[in-house]
Design a protein around this ligand. Structure first.
Ligand SMILES: [Cu+2]
Length: 71
């Protein structure tokens, strides 16, 4: 399991926060996702054998937000 903190763009309220959290948790291979609205960050625990940044970014994009790698 790998944990990464990623930047999320486009969130403005708790509804956005919930939508991004749901999108990330819905990705196969993601075991936990916690989104910090004030910091615009998402901390995600995932299995790198099952998912990757591109898949998580696609799910967040589908919800209407942008996931940015901080690497
Ligand atoms: Cu919102």
């Amino acid at each position: 399991m790998q944990t990464e903190t990623l930047k999320v763009e486009g969130m403005s309220c708790s509804h956005c926060q919930a939508a991004v959290t749901k999108a990330l948790r819905g990705v196969a291979g993601v075991s936990e996702a916690n989104v910090d609205l004030d910091r615009g960050q998402a901390t995600v625990a995932f299995d790198p054998a099952k998912t990757d940044f591109a898949q998580m970014a696609a799910a967040v994009d589908e919800a209407g937000y942008t996931l940015v790698s901080t690497r």
